[in-house]
Design a protein around this ligand. Structure first.
Ligand code: SAM
Ligand code: SF4
Length: 346
């Protein structure tokens, strides 16, 4: 990744924030809705944003393309569950054209995999090369309890379909104390057999997931890494993606293990990303409330006036804060973001 040349911005000037960081990565939550209710993400009684506030898919694509004009070279479509949004494939096809034209380095997707059995082939055809799939447990009963609605078998079939379609699969697993911490060895072996990379994620104090989680389930990945090293040989890799992940090669499987440590690790000085919600709000940091409303300004800018749109994005990105405010085990009531990850996209 680090050796791929980044396509040059259209006007030659990259998108730079107030701390001199170049913004090259946009994550787009195409919907805040989801068919699961993962205990750490959404409460059973979640209220989704009214459809009237959601950007049309053409508007989302217009914003994405404007970011790309300014040098954003990686786009990730996420949610909520992106694949449940009607018309999603049209958006994927429109943005996938940017990959085929060499205007972006990659278009990726984060999904719970429920619909991949039907959609994986077409997604690959659109230009999506990699998918991150959430799978916190290999145990069907645990999976149902954790997701509250999830069909484990369908998810596994979706993962298999992605592999068959030639998509590079990475498994995301949120590490939860007392819930799935006994499964990481098994997950590493399972991923290794299939050639999948695995990323373990520290649970973040976002939103209101029904009060069932938080401090009691926070599991520091430094501790997990020490435990894994008793069984696996973890060779640190130098690559960074501008985010909170650190990578290791697992010698026994040949696959990579990512550890995402937003709470116990520090990564803000190299942060290269911003996040767009389905309503057109640009969040500048996962762990801060700073955001800029783009929907109405976007609608006010005539389609042909690219300069005004670019200026809007440059002004927005200038507000990116220096770093996050996460505190291990913190409760959202203490001033941390109230929005769930499904709003800004993981
Ligand atoms: N629905 C898709 C999925 O589950 O992959 C995409 C959206 S989901 C919000 C993206 C990622 O965020 C998932 O890997 C999920 O496990 C992770 N996530 C959600 N809430 C989280 C939290 N509070 N802390 C850490 N990771 C979280
Ligand atoms: Fe839905 Fe993904 Fe959140 Fe689970 S983690 S509730 S699948 S958005």
């Amino acid at each position: 990744m680090a050796d791929d040349p980044t396509p040059a911005p259209e006007d030659g000037r990259p998108l730079i924030d107030g701390f001199g960081r170049t913004i090259s990565y946009l994550r787009v939550s195409v919907t805040d809705r989801c068919d699961f209710r993962c205990a750490y993400c959404l409460s059973d009684s979640v209220t989704f944003v009214p459809k009237s506030e959601v950007l049309r898919l053409e508007e989302l694509e217009r914003l994405c393309r404007a970011f790309v004009d300014l040098g954003v070279s990686r786009l990730r479509l996420t949610g909520g569950e992106p694949l449940i949004r009607p018309g999603f494939m049209g958006l994927a096809r429109g943005l996938g054209a940017l990959v085929h034209q060499g205007r972006i380095r990659e278009l990726t997707l984060t999904t719970n995999a429920v619909r991949l059995r039907e959609m994986a082939g077409e997604l690959a055809d659109c230009g999506i090369q990699r998918v991150n799939i959430s799978l916190d447990t290999l145990d069907a009963g645990r999976f149902r309890a954790l997701t509250r609605h999830g069909d484990h078998e369908r998810v596994l079939a979706g993962i298999e379909a992605a592999r068959t379609a030639g998509l590079t699969v990475k498994i995301n697993c949120v590490a939860l104390k007392g819930v799935n911490e006994d499964e990481f060895d098994r997950l590493i072996g399972w991923c290794g057999e299939r050639g999948f990379d695995l990323t373990l994620i520290e649970v973040m104090p976002l939103g209101d997931a029904g009060g069932t989680l938080r401090s009691g389930q926070f599991l520091a990945l430094d501790e997990v890494r020490r435990r894994l090293e008793r069984r696996w040989t973890l060779e640190p890799l130098s690559e960074r993606t501008g985010g909170p992940a650190r990578y290791h090669r697992i010698r026994e499987t040949g696959c990579r293990l990512g550890l995402i440590t937003p709470i116990s690790g520090s990564f803000c000085d190299s942060c290269n990303r911003v996040r767009l919600t389905a309503t057109g709000r640009l969040y500048l940091c996962l762990g801060q409330e700073q955001s800029v409303e783009l929907r109405e300004p976007l609608r006010a800018i005539p389609a042909g006036n690219l300069a005004a749109l670019h200026a809007l994005l440059r002004r927005a990105v200038a507000h990116k804060p220096e770093g996050h405010q996460f505190v291990p085990g913190a409760c959202p009531a203490s001033g941390l973001p109230h929005r769930p990850m499904s709003a800004t996209g993981g």
